[in-house]
Design a protein around this ligand. Structure first.
Ligand code: PAF
Length: 282
């Protein structure tokens, strides 16, 4: 197990592997690792000769200082979890200075409108921060493949767009959502939930599954009204958005079309902790 804190050291280490065209799989994370992250590592180990995981809480993608301050930072535990998967994973855990030097600012991106929907609408600047860090990490690691969870489906689509726009030579691999036994999507933010909040948050996936069933016979608007009512009846939750969208453009579904793939997206606050989830509808 090798851990690098400085990009110069990591680049020096990776240079000979890149020179000999060794396939490098890359799993970027913000730490507080859970089974979802570990499944990305396992897939990356299966498909590549070498695997690099970054652990970095990226300040420019947080539009809320409290969320950034409270984001769980559990590096020692994360390292143990990575070792439990394999001893052959390289960790890059940089400081903010190593990534940004003294300018902690995000670059501005255009992702053909993907950035204006849902998360982009409710978290201004978020995807500029994500684009900035992911592009920088790709430049440092130069992976052959990079692995991202589908829970952040909008992020996944945006990263595919980033790679396409900047002609970055790598493959983006989307991986299925991992869930707790009660259906709650695994997320680093779940660490901040109390045991009872974790149990109650099963409602999010339960509602998505009901929405999926309804979408077979009802309009997107009717399904959205059902979801709004469900959360109004559970005041411990505050629904930020529920959107049924075209999977490719992420634009809201106004009228269903047979040839399109749709997906439901949701963001909910539980005691000020923001949880997101998504489900494919057809
Ligand atoms: O999904 C995440 O954990 C982050 O947005 C990412 C991709 C590691 C960039 O900071």
């Amino acid at each position: 197990m090798l851990i690098f804190n400085k990009q110069t050291d990591l680049k020096a280490y990776l240079a000979s592997f890149l020179a000999s065209n060794t396939s490098i799989g890359f799993v970027p994370t913000m730490g507080a690792l859970h089974e979802g992250h570990l499944s990305l590592l396992r897939k990356s180990l299966q498909e590549n000769k070498m695997v690099v995981m970054s652990i970095f809480v990226n300040p420019t993608q947080f539009n809320n200082t409290e969320d950034l301050e409270k984001y769980p930072r559990t590096l020692d535990r994360d390292i143990e979890k990575v070792i439990s998967v394999s001893n052959n994973i390289v960790i890059y855990a940089p400081s903010v200075e190593d990534i940004y030097t003294e300018n902690i600012i995000a670059q501005s991106f255009h992702f053909d409108g993907l950035e204006h929907q849902m998360e982009g609408k409710h978290r201004p600047g978020h995807f500029n921060g994500v684009g900035t860090i992911v592009k920088r990490l790709f430049e440092i690691v130069q992976p052959s493949k990079a692995y991202f969870g589908e829970k952040d489906f909008q992020q996944l689509q945006i990263i595919k767009k980033l790679v396409q726009k900047y002609k970055i030579p790598l493959k983006i691999v989307g991986c299925p959502i991992h869930r707790e036994k009660n259906g709650l999507a695994m997320s680093s933010r779940n660490e901040r939930l109390s045991a009872s909040e974790r149990e109650e948050s099963a409602l999010i996936f339960k509602t998505l599954k009901n929405a999926k069933k309804m979408f077979g016979t009802k309009t997107a608007n009717e399904v959205s009204n059902f979801v709004k009512k469900t959360f109004e009846n559970h005041p411990q939750f505050s629904l930020e958005y529920f959107q049924i969208a075209d999977e490719t453009t992420l634009k809201p579904c106004i009228r269903k079309s047979k040839n399109k793939k749709y997906r439901a997206f949701i963001a909910v606050f539980v005691n000020n902790i923001r949880l997101i989830d998504t489900i494919s509808l057809n």
